[in-house]
Design a protein. Structure first.
Length: 258
């Protein structure tokens, strides 16, 4: 069978409404799961470095399970296994103009929980990179733990967290294909449906491969821009101003207070 170029260009440049729906669902799944996963990872990282041993043990077990069990198994277990055991069933949520299917909810939950385990280790490493002397100095001034994290630790740890966070979102865009196993009509499952109707397997999978390549490339450009902006702001903070360079830091601080 020859490669049908007109068919390929048609679906690549003028995708159908079904294809666009699958593309948008892929983006929504990735953004929602990465956002929730980052929030879960933040709380897990804080629990991991806490002095409360039961919380530390729970977080360790959570990270161990999520990083040790394949993501595909987790997705099937959360959507099918929990329902079979009468523990949790995901029902459609009707929000009026928007209906969130149960399998989409289960996919987001599975992707978020899995991502949270990886983000927990990334954030914990970022927090550990902050100079301990700053933490001790802030505590000696009576700063509370939440304020210490918000004002001192997390802003400095962010420069170590942002690059791997961007890489994790890149992986999330590709891992979102796994929710097709529970019937979520994202980009891959949409392509499989079209191949069964048109029998143009090679052309359609070439199209979907280019779509994913475009998504990851665009995100790579955005990630590079974010990292450059973040590094520039860090350099501005670290670079001494005119007064500090020529009159000394102590005089500059007194001049600023005045």
């Amino acid at each position: 069978m020859h490669f049908d170029w007109p068919f390929f260009w048609h679906y690549l440049l003028t995708p159908s409404a079904t294809y666009l729906h699958g593309l948008m669902l892929t983006i929504v799944l990735s953004v929602a799961s990465q956002t929730l996963g980052t929030m879960i990872g933040l709380f897990a990282a804080l629990g991991r470095i806490s002095n409360i041993q039961p919380i530390v043990s729970i977080v360790r077990a959570y990270v161990w399970v999520m990083r040790g069990v394949p993501l595909l198994v987790q997705i099937i277990f959360i959507y099918t296994g929990l329902a079979a055991a009468n523990i949790l069933r995901f029902h459609d949520i009707d929000l009026g103009p928007l209906v969130i299917p149960g399998n989409v909810q289960a996919g987001i939950v599975a992707l978020s929980l899995n991502e949270g385990a990886y983000m927990a280790e990334i954030i914990r490493a970022g927090i550990a990179s902050v100079d301990q002397g700053q933490t001790e100095a802030a505590r000696s001034l009576g700063m509370t733990y939440p304020l210490l994290m918000r004002r001192i630790v997390l802003p400095q740890a962010a420069r170590f967290i942002v690059p791997p966070l961007g890489n994790e979102f890149n992986s999330m865009l590709k891992n979102s294909t796994l929710v097709s196993v529970i019937g979520v009509q994202e980009l891959l499952l949409t392509t499989e449906t079209l191949t069964s109707a048109t029998f143009r397997v090679f052309e359609l999978y070439a199209v979907v491969a280019l779509y994913y390549l475009t998504l990851t490339t665009l995100w790579g450009i955005a990630q590079g821009y974010i990292e450059r902006r973040f590094s520039r702001s860090q350099l501005r903070e670290a670079r001494p101003d005119f007064t500090s360079r020529f009159f000394g830091t102590r005089f500059a601080r007194a001049f600023q207070r005045s």
